[in-house]
Every structure is written in structure tokens, then in C-alpha cells.
Design a protein around this ligand. Structure first.
Ligand SMILES: [Zn+2]
Length: 95
């Protein structure tokens, strides 16, 4: 006995009938809804969430063979903010 339908009803939207793969439809839906196309978390700036923004940056750095870092880059600032917020949260829950 099933408590919920085993197959979800198909999503009916502007991407349903396009001649593209399911993967691409998922990416376009995520883009439309302002979410990261890789993990579905809310995006911060550009296309990705913070985690995948940093991942993408490191990938491109590796590809280009970068030796130096631009420390004032927005992704570093967002990363520092996220780390500080996580630290605050951790300290609060410890007490
Ligand atoms: Zn992501």
C-alpha cells in the first residue's frame, strides 16, 4: 500500500515541451527560480550558491594556472561573512 504516489506528476511549465534534456530543464527551472543549478540552494550572486561559486572559481583558477589571488574579490567577502555567521551560530549553540 502506497502512502504517496510513487511517480510524481509531471511539471507543467514553459520548459516542459522544449526539445532539451531533463538535466537542462532542471537547470533552466533553477535559473528561473533564483537557485543554484547544481544543488538547488538559493543563489548569492551570478548563477551559483556560495559553495559552488567558490568551487567554480577554483576550477577556473586551476584551468588558467593562476599564481596570485585577488583578496578583495566578492566571493572572498561573502565567504568571510558566511564563516563569521557560522562561528556566531556555533558559539551561541555551545553556551
Ligand atoms: Zn550550489
Amino acid at each position: 500500500m502506497a502512502y504517496w504516489p510513487a511517480v510524481r506528476p509531471a511539471i507543467k511549465d514553459e520548459f516542459t515541451d522544449l526539445p532539451i534534456s531533463r538535466q537542462r530543464k532542471y537547470q533552466l527551472r533553477m535559473q528561473r527560480d533564483g537557485r543554484c543549478p547544481i544543488c538547488g540552494k538559493p543563489k548569492i550572486r551570478g548563477r551559483f550558491c556560495l559553495e559552488h561559486w567558490v568551487q567554480n572559481k577554483e576550477l577556473i583558477r586551476k584551468r588558467l594556472g593562476c599564481k596570485r589571488r585577488y583578496q578583495g574579490a566578492p566571493s572572498y567577502q561573502f565567504e568571510a561573512k558566511a564563516k563569521a555567521a557560522a562561528r556566531r551560530k556555533r558559539n551561541k549553540s555551545a553556551k
